[in-house]
Design a protein around this ligand. Structure first.
Ligand code: 6CS
Length: 339
């Protein structure tokens, strides 16, 4: 068949138009919800993830901060059912779905030193190999677990020993091990979703709660619980995951882009957190000079550290062999991270 130049050019134009259409039809707008505001740690991570995905794929990401789609439990349900593609939910809540995730609430397990902590999250076999299997059983592709900062308590009265927590109702995230933890610390634990915490402190339904300093500052927890006590018992862990069916249905290229964006967001967020605790405490003191910040010395931490042993035993009791295996692996990984 003889083709004249006009026909050929028309053919090329149609083919080009079709290939553009195909690409456009393929580009998706993925939905990603998280438990904090845009300028908090989870929001910063999410923004970096979005930036990477949008720079390296045809896809776009719509971000949904706390309050736009409901509580943590709601955004998890929406992700499991496929309404959302990505979710950031902390083990504090995921622990009720995946009991082994409560390991992040065994007090004094995670190191306080930032570099060791980052090394651990980066290379841990428990984090990178064992947890993904457990999340997969719940229809979730675990993309990243990362630290958000040292957890401190906020109360009405000073706390320097478990006796000071007697009869004090301390709000905890909704997982059974945190309840055990605060029982062992001498308090009356009260599990609540995040949205109810400020009001409950204001009305005296509870008298305390625990969270990292950036969050105490940004959510103004110090206005309704002005004594901050740091006992070095934990660092707040959070996790980002995708709906597994959605993830498995993606091309290898898109899956790789998601893994690369997760790595980039991890590198960014651990750097972002350097000095964040101190800066947040400074901002709180400037906002309200009446706030007290107590960092308990080693000897006053001792009784809390003793109580931690009981919590660790509870964790094993609650999660059986599978939890024990995770705990043991984490201990090995932590040892390696310290080297
Ligand atoms: O305590 C909580 O429920 C919240 N704390 C932090 C640091 N992030 C989100 C979570 O909902």
């Amino acid at each position: 068949m003889k083709l004249n130049t006009g026909t050929l050019l028309k053919g090329i134009a149609i083919a080009a138009a079709l290939s553009v259409t195909a690409t456009v039809a393929h580009a998706a707008n993925w939905k990603y919800a998280f438990e904090e505001a845009m300028e908090d740690v989870q929001g910063k991570y999410a923004q970096k993830f979005k930036e990477e995905i949008e720079a390296n794929t045809d896809h776009t990401i719509q971000l949904y901060p706390f309050g736009t789609l409901g509580e943590s439990a709601d955004i998890m349900e929406q992700t499991q059912s496929g309404i959302l593609q990505f979710v950031d939910q902390s083990p504090g809540f995921t622990g009720s779905l995946i009991p082994e995730a409560q390991v992040f609430f065994v007090p004094y397990l995670l190191p306080q030193d930032h570099e060791t902590l980052v090394e651990f999250f980066r290379n841990s076999k428990a984090i990178n190999e064992m947890f993904p299997e457990l999340y997969a059983e719940q229809g979730l592709e675990l993309l990243k677990l990362f630290p958000e900062g040292e957890v401190c308590m906020t109360t009405q009265e000073p706390v320097s020993s478990p006796a000071d927590l007697d009869e004090v109702k301390v709000r905890v995230m909704t997982n059974p091990l945190l309840v055990e933890s605060y029982k062992a610390f001498g308090a009356t634990p009260t599990p609540l979703p995040w949205g109810e915490v400020y009001g409950a402190l204001q009305t005296g339904v509870i008298q305390g709660q625990e969270n990292p300093a950036f969050w105490i500052e940004s959510t103004k927890m110090y206005e309704v619980s002005p004594v901050i006590t740091c006992i070095g018992h934990n660092n707040f862990t959070t996790g980002v995951m995708a709906n597994k069916e959605f993830y498995d249905g993606l091309s290898e290229e898109d899956q790789q882009a998601i893994q690369d964006a997760s790595d980039a967001a991890f590198d960014y967020i651990v750097e972002y957190q350097k000095g964040l605790h101190e800066e947040s405490i400074q901002k709180i003191k400037e906002a309200d000079p009446d706030v007290t910040v107590n960092v308990l010395p080693e000897e006053e931490r001792q009784p809390f550290m003793e109580a931690a042993k009981e919590v660790e035993a509870k964790f094993v009791e609650m999660t059986g062999e599978s939890g024990e295996a995770i705990l043991e692996q984490m201990k090995k990984d932590l040892e390696a991270a310290k080297q």
